[in-house]
Write a protein that binds this ligand. Structure first.
Ligand code: FRU
Length: 403
């Protein structure tokens, strides 16, 4: 309802074409919140205004495919997507592309014939950089053969396949270490269980590498419970404030890797594609290894950028809020010259806009003439459905439920 309404408002408010960009997120969490805010903050950053609408599939591939199809049916100009799993989502994206809707894959990818362009960090490089750092630490262990355990994320998703590839490449040829790889998923519970089982065998890993910092919290839980903090060193990927960066500062993890979000760059790429400007099909964003020596400046800068984007998005939303309120108050003044006279048979939404405190008396339907043609069921005055829509929109944004 809100998605359709915002599309409606953006399409009829001003003459300059506002491109509608639909974003399909595979999952939720701090890393995705950051990228969402960057994309929303970039809506008015470039020489073309865009309207970004974001949906989340909560790690459910079937749901993601349904969401992608319904966004295409709702008339988006371009799709931005992080495919939960490479295989099944690839077919759906090829269908969208065949409908003439450009497809940008970010963070996670599919078969390259199914998208227009890709943008994101190099997951192979992330896995490799962590691998090299892990070997440095392992080479510091002199009294026994270092035991390194990798716990992968969902291996049907491209970042897990690529992080494993990069890490395994770094381990290759290093017979001086014992290296095992166990399959997990993006949750923290599976790594917790795998680590606890291994610790209880008595053959303690010296180093555990998890495919993201969220998973690494599961290993840290097992290590803390079994009081093996001095023995087991933990590595992760993402490098988010309040998550991986904090764990490195606290010493819960020895390192993380800033996996770039690039929300503004995604919008820039989308605008180039939509406006026929030149663009690259493969766009790799830089990441950086985070260890205790460089974590502080990285954490400070990232926190500041995060807050700036949040403020920008709030200000933009405030702008829309005020636009809706002004529109409805004008309508209200036009049809309601005398403040309280006709409240009983007017649309409650418009009354709410006139008086957001909601003190004005709620209308009594029985005095309405017929509800059939008026969306909110009160008398079908000539005040036009549109104003009532504006009223309902404002009510939705104000979180007020009208009858
Ligand atoms: C968040 C996340 C990140 C990870 C990325 C991989 O949903 O799991 O932790 O880096 O997705 O796609």
């Amino acid at each position: 309802m809100l998605f359709a309404l915002l599309l409606l408002l953006t399409s009829c408010s001003n003459s300059k074409k506002i491109y509608k960009i639909g974003v399909s997120q595979c999952s939720a969490g701090p890393w995705r919140d950051k990228i969402n805010n960057e994309m929303l903050a970039a809506q008015h950053l470039y020489d073309h205004d865009v309207k970004v609408s974001i949906v989340c599939a909560y790690d459910d591939t079937k749901r993601q495919i349904q969401q992608i199809d319904s966004m295409a049916d709702a008339g988006i100009d371009l799709l931005v997507v992080a495919p939960n799993e490479a295989e099944p989502t690839g077919e759906a994206l090829a269908r969208i592309k065949a409908r003439g809707i450009p497809v940008i894959c970010f963070d996670r990818t599919v078969d390259e014939n199914s998208y227009t362009a890709f943008i994101g960090g190099s997951n192979v490089e992330a896995g490799r950089a962590i691998g090299v750092n892990v070997l440095d630490v392992a080479h510091g262990i002199k009294d026994h053969k270092p035991f390194i355990m990798e716990i992968t994320a969902l291996m049907s998703s491209s970042p897990a396949q690529e992080r494993h590839k990069g890490f395994a490449q770094a381990m290759q040829g290093h017979d001086e270490v014992e290296y095992v790889c166990r399959e997990g998923d993006w949750s923290s519970d599976t790594p917790y269980r795998i680590a606890l089982e291994q610790i209880h065998t008595g053959h303690l890993p010296d180093i555990v590498f998890c495919h993201n910092d969220g998973m690494a919290t599961g290993v840290y839980r097992a290590v803390a419970e079994t009081k093996t903090e001095d023995r087991i060193k933990i590595f992760g990927i993402d490098g988010m404030p309040g998550e991986g960066l904090e764990y490195v500062q606290l010493g819960h993890q020895l390192a993380s890797y800033v996996y770039p979000t690039g929300g503004a760059e995604i919008i820039k790429l989308a605008i180039n594609i939509l406006t026929g400007k030149p663009y690259k099909r493969q766009n790799t964003l830089d990441g950086i290894l985070v260890v205790k020596e460089n974590v502080w400046p990285i954490a400070t800068t990232t926190k500041k950028l995060l807050q700036q984007n949040k403020d920008l998005v709030t200000r933009q939303a405030g702008g829309l809020f005020r636009t809706l309120q002004r529109a409805a108050q004008d309508a209200h003044r036009q049809y309601h010259p005398h403040r309280h006279a006709h409240h009983s048979h007017r649309c409650p939404a418009i009354c709410l806009l006139a008086d957001p405190s909601g003190h004005s008396p709620t209308p009594s339907p029985q005095r309405g003439r017929d509800t059939a043609i008026h969306p909110c069921g009160t008398a079908p005055q000539a005040l036009a459905v549109r104003d009532c829509r504006a009223g309902h929109a404002y009510a939705t944004l104000a979180g007020r439920h009208l009858r």
